[in-house]
Design a protein. Structure first.
Length: 106
C-alpha cells in the first residue's frame, strides 16, 4: 500500500470514529480521546487501540461493535482488530478543547 492510500484510509477512519458516540455523552469517542492508536497495515488490516472513560462502561459492547462495523465499511480496509486497553488510564485531559467546551468543562 502506498503512503497516500494509507493516509487517506487513516483520515477516513478518523472521520468515521467522529460518528461514534457513547449514548450518555454528547461528544464523539475520537474527540473524547478514547482512541489511543490507529495503524493501517499494507494489506488493509487496521489495528486500533481504544479505551473507555471507565472500565465498567455500560455501553462498551455497543460502542466497540459500532467502531468495528463503521471502520470495516471504509474502502481499502480488509479487517479490523480492536484492542481494548486501560493503560494509560483515560483522563479528561485527553479530550480535545472542543470536547471540553461541549461538556461544559471550559
Amino acid at each position: 500500500m502506498d503512503e497516500p492510500t494509507r493516509l487517506r484510509i487513516e483520515d477516513d477512519i478518523v472521520k468515521m470514529l467522529r460518528t461514534v458516540f457513547d449514548p450518555e455523552i454528547p461528544v464523539d469517542i475520537y474527540s473524547m480521546g478514547l482512541i489511543y492508536r490507529i495503524d493501517v497495515a499494507d494489506d488493509g488490516t487496521v489495528d486500533i487501540d481504544m479505551t473507555f472513560t471507565a472500565p465498567n462502561c455500560p455501553a462498551a459492547d455497543f460502542i466497540f461493535e459500532d467502531v468495528r462495523q463503521k471502520v470495516e465499511s471504509i474502502d481499502g480496509v480488509t479487517a479490523v482488530n480492536l484492542q481494548l486497553v486501560f493503560e494509560p488510564e483515560w483522563t479528561p485531559d485527553m479530550m480535545t478543547e472542543e470536547a471540553k467546551l461541549e461538556m461544559g468543562m471550559l
